[in-house]
Write a protein that binds this ligand. Structure first.
Ligand code: PLP
Length: 408
């Protein structure tokens, strides 16, 4: 047996990844070794404020004590049964999740993409079994610039060439309309339409917030047409925007809500399709499933996440600190910020392209101890843990101001 010396420094670890790790990501050159709350530490002991929060998977910060405790307790008891048997954690998780979202039934899955895939299948089956669409003809209306995940079916209805090119043939049955355009959506809906699937705020597109009235309009259109409104709240949901769900800003209740990311507390992948009974009851044994979906560890952590959300504390924090974030960004408009879109503790910030790409800005912020990520072009996304303090947030905005003032 040959033994491999373990490289230690950031540079060595990054170099060691190069030949063995698929190059499907282009991470910032920081190697995180530990984290607590809103702060992460690299292998050399440098500390960074996390202003990305795992793309909203870490809404409650790193290693929230209540979540870690719930995970430890469950690890000591039972971790996996598969759905071949019942486990004693799943019923409470499903009951309380359905109640929090205001819908009836839950289909537990693991990743966000799986929740989206599951919703596509459920919507199609609902169209055939309940709506009476002829078999094989169901369509789903989606929005341009969407991001719903990376599976073959999901990239089939992406408009991002990088995400699609080289991965065909694609799954048919999707109609793509411009986001924030109710007339185009209405024109695309017909008797074959099973569902409209949209993000209430498009995260990967740069925190793209639709006009007031759009979500209520989608609700009205889908109700009139007799098709489902599926809201992908995987990134926008669970407190990020100052409400439990982003659709609540327009008092809208979709037929189906997709959740993921923060539902697993930053510890385990947990996702769910939450829907009206009429919709999810189209599934029967053998028609859909997942070995890990609804496992007791996931359910225990997910239930601890629900404990946090049920108090409303994190939603309130996001709303209150969102005012600080918005105010800080407003003061930077014209000083390197061209424009921004923000709701709660979530912002897409378009930086003056003459100062660099989003990637350049992210690297400069990293060197100043702030971790963010570009979305595309010169846009960066700010999405700190909802546990961030006003001082930490002001500090991050001050650092952004400093980096922008340094010029290109
Ligand atoms: C809105 C939305 N849907 C789905 C996904 C896919 O989630 P996952 O990466 O867990 O598959 C993402 C991930 O960024 C997302 O933002």
């Amino acid at each position: 047996m040959t033994s491999v010396a373990h490289p230690r420094s950031s540079a060595e670890l990054i170099g060691a990844e190069e030949p063995v790790l698929a190059h499907n990501y282009h991470p910032l050159p920081v190697v995180v070794a530990r984290a607590e709350g809103t702060w992460v530490e690299d292998v050399e002991g440098r500390r960074y404020l996390d202003m990305l929060a795992g793309y909203s998977a870490l809404n409650f910060g790193h290693r929230h004590p209540a979540l870690i405790e719930a995970a430890h307790r469950q690890l000591d008891r039972l971790t996996l049964t598969s759905r071949a048997f019942h486990n004693d954690r799943l019923a409470e998780f499903a009951e309380r999740l359905a109640a929090l979202i205001g819908l009836d039934m839950v289909l537990p899955m693991n990743t966000g993409a799986e929740a989206v895939e599951s919703a596509v299948k459920v919507a199609r089956k609902w169209a055939y079994d309940v709506k009476g669409v002829p078999d094989g003809r169901a369509t789903i209306v989606v929005a341009a610039d969407n991001f719903h995940g990376r599976t073959t079916t999901i990239v089939s209805f992406s408009t991002d060439d990088v995400a699609r090119t080289g991965f065909g043939p694609f799954t048919p049955g999707f109609r793509i309309v411009p986001y924030n355009d109710l007339a185009a959506m209405e024109a695309a809906i017909d008797e074959t339409t099973a569902a409209v699937l949209i993000e209430p705020i498009q995260g990967e597109a740069g925190v793209n917030i639709p006009d007031d009235g759009y979500l209520a309009g989608v609700r009205e259109l889908t109700r009139r047409a007799g098709c489902l409104f599926v809201a992908d709240e995987i990134q926008s949901g669970l407190g990020r925007t100052g409400r439990t769900l982003a659709v609540e800003h327009e008092s809208v209740v979709p037929d189906v809500v997709l959740l993921g990311k923060a539902l697993g507390g930053g510890i385990v992948p947990v996702s769910a399709v939450v829907a009206r009974r009429e919709v999810l009851q189209v599934l029967h044994p053998g028609e859909h499933g997942s070995t890990f979906g609804g496992n007791p560890l996931a359910a225990a952590v997910g239930t601890a996440v629900l404990d946090l959300l049920e108090t409303g504390e994190f939603q309130r924090r996001a709303a209150e600190l969102g005012v600080v974030l918005r105010g800080g960004l407003e003061s930077l408009v014209g000083k390197g910020v061209v424009r921004f879109r923000a709701r709660g503790l979530w912002a897409g910030v378009d930086i003056d392209p003459s100062l660099g790409t989003g990637r350049d800005i992210s690297e400069r912020l990293m060197r100043e101890g702030i971790l963010v990520k570009d979305t595309h072009g010169s846009t960066i996304r700010l999405a700190p843990p909802l546990t961030i303090t006003a001082d930490e947030l002001q500090g991050a905005l001050g650092t952004l101001e400093k980096v922008l003032a340094q010029g290109a």
